[in-house]
Design a protein around this ligand. Structure first.
Ligand code: SF4
Ligand code: SF4
Length: 189
């Protein structure tokens, strides 16, 4: 270490340079906006469209089920957590005469890898944006076709990546906290 470096270090110590630098960082965070989210009672995160959450089974514009019970999703799943049992149906329920009598998924074993979605030839199967999937017993981890065919709470067209205000919604079984999609704001997370 040369004489110049020694003089520089002496000046830095004399002027408390490191202390001032640290204090500047602290003051900067004191006056910046908080990014803490008041989840889940006041705010809910709306994920981006690329999010891989709870599976959805979809319909065409005429309301017919797109799933043709080909079982490709089940065969491509690395954990074997999808069960598909096909049946014949000529009532127009689906886009073909082959529909799913049973389509269920065990979320405890699901990796949310999206391979099933990629394998689906009719785009019936999509991974949606529902992420609140915890439950208190194993039976509620199995989701059935009837539930997955219900309209999604977050429309596919909504871009996401925003924070929505939370609102209480009363259902026959309980009261739950849902996102109010009419009141959203951008926030850097
Ligand atoms: S996301 Fe992956 S692990 Fe989950 S059901 Fe689909 S293929 Fe199986
Ligand atoms: S969801 Fe798609 S891949 Fe799975 S059985 Fe139905 S049509 Fe086939």
């Amino acid at each position: 270490m040369g004489v110049g470096d020694l003089i520089n270090r002496f000046i830095e110590k004399a002027l408390f340079t490191d202390f001032v630098k640290g204090l500047t960082v602290t003051l900067k965070y004191n006056v910046s906006r908080s990014i803490t989210m008041q989840y889940p009672d006041k705010e809910k995160w709306i994920p981006y469209r690329r999010w891989r959450g709870l599976h959805t089974l979809n319909r065409d514009e005429k309301g017919r089920e797109l799933c043709v019970a080909c079982e490709l999703c089940s065969k491509s799943c690395p954990t074997g957590c999808i069960t598909v049992i096909p049946m014949e149906d000529d009532t127009g329920r689906g886009i073909s005469d082959r529909v799913a009598r049973v389509w269920k998924i065990d979320l405890v074993r699901c990796l949310f890898c999206g391979l099933c979605e990629d394998a689906c030839p009719t785009r019936a199967l999509r991974l949606g944006r529902e992420y609140e999937l915890s439950c208190t017993d194993l039976s509620c981890s199995v989701r059935q076709r009837e539930e997955l065919l219900q309209p999604q709470s977050i429309p596919e067209t909504l871009e996401g990546g925003v924070v929505a205000a939370a609102k209480f919604v009363r259902t026959p079984e309980s009261i739950r906290v849902a996102a109010d999609l009419g009141k959203t704001k951008k926030r850097r997370l």
